[in-house]
Ligand binder design. Structure first.
Ligand SMILES: NC(=O)c1ccc[n+]([C@@H]2O[C@H](COP(=O)([O-])OP(=O)(O)OC[C@H]3O[C@@H](n4cnc5c(N)ncnc54)[C@H](OP(=O)(O)O)[C@@H]3O)[C@@H](O)[C@H]2O)c1
Length: 297
């Protein structure tokens, strides 16, 4: 498995990442299997958020780390904060909202560390842009977490280029990623300046829902894609459609890090092998046309 830095001064992650969002209904044994299959395939980076599984997925993962602490040194952990869900576990929340206050960021990280049973996070992301974000407060929280060694690197998720550059103007460390929705089916960030702005700052994007959340497989394209074309290209490259979709992301010069959302160990192994699929420039545009329905201008 290829490893790469998100930014010249950022963390080195496995090029394919395992995401924990959909793990909420899994047993501890199933969770352990997914963790171990990922690590065995060289996928050593795991993407969390405090809210996944109604605030339960980090702790589920932590049950495995708690019983096998040696696993921690073999992995890099990402988590996110600031979304405040309506939840039976959060009776004080009257409405879904965001909280980018210094106090909330610090307490959210403390909770995540306890949940995952670790004393540091490799990367902390601001999960969503908050219209009430005070960048000085975020910068103070980041600086405090860096100095205490609780978080090694910082980034954002779902930020526009202007929001990314605004926060970067206040934070002394480089923001090392913007985790965005990016797949062949949802490729707007490649055309609206989001990824260009990251490249300007030598930052690689992390791609969430890299397979479009799996809708293609349940509805054979969901009306969005020429599934026959995708299957023909997969056949030509002797790979699966999933591997083709991941290879399409990996081809981009920004150095995209796709985050797999599967709960199936076999599909983790399949995803890891997508690095072996070698597309050409014309394959890339052919795949783009298979979802847009037209040639580029
Ligand atoms: N920053 C953000 O705002 C944000 C938002 C959403 C997600 N994320 C992150 O991104 C990660 C990935 O997102 P995602 O789960 O939407 O990713 P995804 O990999 O695009 O979709 C995963 C879904 O596709 C299904 N799937 C995959 N391959 C399949 C196949 N060959 N046939 C049938 N179904 C298939 C999976 O089902 P099986 O489990 O059955 O394989 C699963 O339900 C999350 O875990 C999370 O870490 C971040």
């Amino acid at each position: 498995m290829e490893r790469k830095r998100l930014h010249p001064a950022g963390p080195e992650f496995s090029r394919i990442i395992t995401g924990v969002w959909r793990w909420n209904s899994l047993s501890t044994d199933q969770t352990e299997r997914l963790i171990k299959e990922s690590v065995a395939c060289g996928i050593t980076t795991f993407d969390h958020a405090d809210i996944y599984g109604n605030y339960s997925c980090e702790a589920l993962f932590g049950k495995v780390i708690g019983t096998q602490p040696s696993l921690r040194s073999k992995m890099q952990l990402v988590t996110k904060c600031v979304i405040m869900l309506l939840s039976d576990k959060k009776p004080a929340h009257r409405i879904k909202h965001y909280d980018t206050s210094k106090e909330h960021i610090l307490s959210s990280v403390e909770q995540s560390l306890q949940n995952v049973k670790t004393d540091y996070l490799d990367l902390l992301l601001i999960h969503r842009p908050d219209p009430l974000m005070n960048p000085e407060a975020v910068a103070e929280a980041f600086s405090n977490l860096k100095q205490s060694g609780k978080v090694l690197h910082f980034g954002v998720s779902n930020f526009t280029p202007a929001q990314f550059e605004m926060l970067q103007a206040y934070v002394s460390d480089p923001l090392v990623t913007n985790q965005v929705e990016l797949s062949l089916f949802r490729h707007q960030v490649l055309f609206d300046g989001t990824v260009d702005t990251l490249m300007k700052h030598h930052v690689s994007p992390m791609a969430w829902s890299p397979l479009g959340g799996g809708k293609f497989f349940s509805s054979k394209g969901g009306g969005e894609a020429d599934s026959g074309k995708l299957e023909a290209l997969a056949h030509q490259h002797q790979c699966s459609v999933s591997q083709l979709l991941l290879a399409w992301l990996l081809y981009h010069p920004s150095g995209v890090f796709p985050i797999l959302g599967t709960t199936n160990p076999e599909r983790i192994a399949e995803g890891a092998k997508s690095l072996e699929v070698k597309l050409t420039r014309q394959d890339w545009f052919e795949l783009l046309k298979a979802v847009t329905g037209h040639d580029v201008a």
